[in-house]
Design a protein around this ligand. Structure first.
Ligand code: BGC
Ligand code: BGC
Length: 636
């Protein structure tokens, strides 16, 4: 019931907003006054096709190339939006205004937008973000579990609702373009982006990716154009999850090993494992796809005419536009001019430049003048971009939906995230029904930094590109969630280092806890920075488990990580083991299940190895008996 009321509220806000826009009482009236009042392309009653045709016919080459240019927000000279007709601005990971509040986001995005609306034709720009687990650059936004946890939940309806709520939080800030969902099918968990993927299983990825797109684009109800619809971007096409360890050429902060590397499988395998999520995404209404940094055999994806143009736009009938990845065309062999020519001719429609947009615009202009990029290719690219902008309703609602600002990070949204956390947990071991714990267990020790750290439980792509340990945003840590839930019934004592020396009898003998909860795992990372050849627990974590074993009757191990870790040496010490992935801001969801308010329902969406030398798995010949836990596993 509450949900229905909320929907009605959002709908009425949306309608009021639309009415305001149409009556011209809003900031966009300035734009309406410019190029041809009553111009066909501005008429929401005309068909999308008519509007695009009309607009395209009015545009100069400069204006067209501007639409194909995406600039990082700190690199743009504000005035250049107007003079160079920039079509898109983005926040990279961690790219936020100061202060980092939802209001400041709305001001920032609207500030860029007002420049675009003042151009001759008043074509709105589109603002892009990586809202990959909630609107995750924004302080105070709700942070959902990373996709690996949603893969374990395996619930399309849940994923669709997450897509929807993320869209609402984005629309409040005016960022209407999301570089998500990742529909990679990670084949090697050493990859630093494993957690961004739902699963190693193609069907599961296809199903959840499509559901997320539905949620973001509201495709099931009002379709693109509703006030809180955002543009989703399945990424990274194609086979970013298939690259081979040691083939990466990239260095960002450290040498990448597998991220941005080379996928070497034959075409049949490529089509069987990595292509289906894109088919599903297109069926689900995807209007934009991001191209992968990686290569297939000898060719960079950004130069791959066959895969971009023949397969995706031809065979699969993709009608939306292709966005490059961050500075990715620069990696194509040759000079910058040839990079631009090759990538645009291969089928890229918009380039995430992201810094030196003057160089990009100059190169592409030159290339058209030299006949190296045909005008038909430019028109096709711009037609695709404008079609999406018009379908999205950007011309009618270019600004932040400020009425929704109070909803960013609101309790209802957090409740959804909490549900997602509950459903994402996978019970890997439960000797003697250790779990659920009774809420009135007399004494419980909790240990591990990750038990009381929002930043760690959120992982990468949270407030900062790499994420960061510490109180980086609002939410409840796991130990806070536990304390709230048992509220006085049990005595909960937390010590990060598992030192409970002062919990002793008067004669000095140490008191043993009835249960111990130890939370260990990975510190935040993103992309190739997280490429990791050794997925063993740290020596500190092993020691901590050992300490807890000595002080607690029963030990519950909770793993916070972006992928399965090697736990073979410690699992024998633990009575129960839970994979909690990267749950996000709602640590209460972990407590809900640990103490039995809800049952464990998650199942492994990745095979769990026994030892590092099993990685990468050869899924064609995998012997399930040799792994620690097979795909789909959970204690019944
Ligand atoms: C940006 C990220 C981007 C990365 C690319 C970082 O500086 O913040 O958004 O993905 O660079 O390597
Ligand atoms: C990442 C993309 C991301 C982009 C913008 C790149 O480094 O590969 O996934 O969308 O940066 O932040």
């Amino acid at each position: 019931m509450k949900k229905i009321q909320k929907c009605l509220f959002i709908l009425s806000v949306a309608l009021c907003f639309l009415a305001l826009l149409l009556s011209g009482c809003n900031g966009s009236s300035a734009a309406a006054g410019r190029a041809g009042d009553g111009a066909l392309y501005k008429n929401p009653e005309a068909s999308v096709q008519e509007r695009v045709d009309d607009l395209l016919a009015r545009m100069t080459l400069e204006e067209k190339i501007g639409q194909m240019t995406q600039v990082e927000k700190n690199s743009i000279n504000l005035g250049d939006i107007k003079t160079m007709y920039i079509g898109s601005i983005l926040s990279g990971g961690g790219g936020c205004p100061r202060p980092n509040t939802p209001e400041a986001w709305a001001d920032m995005v609207d500030g860029f937008q007002s420049q675009a609306l003042e151009t001759r034709l008043g074509i709105p720009l589109i603002y892009g973000v990586d809202a990959v687990h909630g609107h995750s650059n924004v302080q105070g936004a709700v942070i959902f579990p990373h996709n690996i946890g949603l893969g374990a939940a395996g619930d399309s309806d849940l994923v669709e609702r997450i897509g929807r709520i993320t869209a609402v939080e984005m629309a409040a800030t005016g960022a209407l373009w999301n570089f998500a969902p990742v529909v990679a099918v990670p084949q090697d968990i050493r990859w630093g982006r494993t957690y961004e993927g739902y699963s190693e299983n193609t069907d599961l990825v296809s199903r959840l990716g499509k559901a997320y797109i539905h949620g973001q684009q509201n495709a099931d109800s009002s379709g693109l154009g509703a006030a809180t619809t955002v543009l989703a971007t399945p990424k990274h096409y194609l086979a970013d999850g298939g690259t081979v360890w040691g083939t990466s050429q990239t260095t960002v902060m450290k040498k990448f090993m597998i991220d941005q590397g080379v996928t070497q499988v034959d075409e049949a395998t490529l089509r069987r494992i990595h292509l289906p999520p894109y088919k599903a995404a297109i069926e689900g209404g995807a209007q934009c796809i991001m191209v992968s940094f990686s290569s297939w055999k000898d060719t960079k994806m950004h130069a791959h005419t066959y895969l971009l143009t023949d397969v995706l736009k031809g065979e699969l009938g993709f009608e939306g536009f292709l966005i490059s990845d961050w500075k990715a065309i620069d990696q194509i062999p040759g000079n910058y001019y040839s990079d631009v020519v090759t990538s645009i001719n291969a089928g890229l429609d918009m380039i995430m430049v992201p810094y030196d947009y003057v160089a990009f615009i100059d190169a592409l202009t030159q290339a058209v003048e030299n006949g190296d990029v045909p005008m038909t290719r430019i028109d096709d690219a711009v037609r695709r971009i404008l079609t999406v902008k018009i379908k999205l309703g950007l011309f009618e609602r270019p600004l932040a939906v400020r009425e929704l600002l109070p909803d960013v990070g609101c309790e209802a949204h957090r409740e959804l995230a909490r549900e997602a956390v509950r459903k994402s947990l996978v019970l890997l071991k439960n000797n003697g029904s250790t779990l659920p714990l009774a809420k009135d267990t007399p004494l419980i020790f909790v240990a591990g930094q990750a038990a009381d750290d929002i930043g760690i439980q959120c992982g990468g792509w949270t407030i900062e590109w790499q994420g960061k340990a510490g109180a980086i945003t609002e939410g409840a840590t796991i130990v806070e969630g536990i304390k709230k839930l048992v509220s006085g019934a049990a005595a909960i004592t937390y010590d990060k280092n598992g030192d409970f020396r002062d919990i002793a009898n008067q004669d000095g003998t140490l008191i043993t806890a009835d249960a111990g909860i130890v939370v260990v795992g990975e510190l935040p990372y993103a992309e190739g920075v997280g490429d990791q050849g050794n997925l063993a627990l740290s020596a500190g974590d092993v020691l901590l488990i050992d300490k807890m074993r000595k002080r607690c009757e029963r030990v519950v191990l909770i793993i916070i990580s972006g992928r399965p870790l090697i736990i073979s040496d410690v699992i024998g010490q633990c009575d129960a083991v839970v994979a909690a992935w990267l749950p996000g801001t709602e640590g209460r969801g972990v407590a809900d299940v640990l103490f039995g308010d809800y049952a464990f329902t998650g199942k492994l969406s990745f095979t769990w190895p026994k030892a590092m030398n099993q990685i990468p798995f050869d899924f064609n010949s995998l012997d399930e008996k040799k792994v620690l836990f097979p795909f789909g596993y959970a204690v019944e």
